[in-house]
Design a protein. Structure first.
Length: 235
């Protein structure tokens, strides 16, 4: 451990001050500290200001501790600014990968059967638009990141569609809302990597007799939520 030493003369006594590389100040004599403006002794934790890089000598008095003291030295932590702790040779921190969360199911369930899915996505898109927020959720058809989840893919009908977002809380809500989906999280360096997909054609058979009280979803409604540049290759 590297250190630098200097001496301080108090009365007839010389006190060795050693500053260690871990910003620890070592004093080679047992000392008592008193505030000149206050007769009460000062404790070390109260004396050293956590935001100070120097000892205000004009505010304290040093004198030798009683002989009965068994301490050989006093260790005091001298806090310094964070920029003083780092060396000029230190390299800047690397950017941390972003975390993405998803729910996934087969394409027919996600895009053709789940009667509320379309409304939920368009409502969230409207909410973001009213508040000038950037969209943080996408639909990914046959996402490449599924290769990282063999336990999910073996339970998944294909082609698959994932709802991906950086908002973990919302994805948890969507998992509960959709119910018949699987979920997990993964990391990616950028959004392009996170949303990469395999080219796949999506086709659904039209029901011979539609009996629901609402109109069936039109084919391709999901294009709005596909990542940029992927619409033509997906539908």
């Amino acid at each position: 451990m590297l250190s630098s030493a200097s001496s301080l003369t108090v009365g007839s006594s010389a006190i060795m001050l050693t500053t260690m590389s871990n910003n620890t100040l070592l004093i080679n004599k047992p000392l008592c500290l008193h505030n000149n403006n206050n007769s009460k002794p000062l404790s070390l934790p109260n004396f050293f200001n956590a935001h100070s890089t120097s000892i205000p000598l004009n505010s304290i008095s040093f004198f030798n501790a009683p002989p009965s003291s068994t301490a050989s030295f006093i260790t005091a932590v001298a806090a310094t600014d964070s920029d003083q702790l780092s060396s000029s040779s230190d390299s800047p921190d690397k950017q941390q990968p972003n975390k993405y969360h998803f729910v996934v199911a087969n394409a027919k369930f996600m895009l053709d059967e789940e009667e509320h899915f379309k409304e939920l996505l368009y409502e969230r898109l409207r909410y973001f638009g009213e508040r000038n927020r950037d969209q943080d959720f996408w639909l990914v058809i046959e996402p490449k990141f599924l290769d990282k989840f063999p336990d999910i893919t073996k339970r998944l009908g294909r082609p698959a569609v994932a709802l991906v977002s950086t908002d973990a809380t919302w994805i948890t809500y969507m998992k509960l809302r959709l119910d018949r989906v699987l979920s997990a999280s993964y990391e990616a360096e950028n959004v392009e990597e996170a949303l990469a997909s395999n080219p796949t054609n999506i086709e659904f058979e039209k029901p011979a007799n539609w009996v629901a009280p609402y109109k069936k979803y039109e084919y391709g409604w999901w294009e709005t939520f596909l990542p940029a540049g992927s619409k033509e290759s997906k539908v």
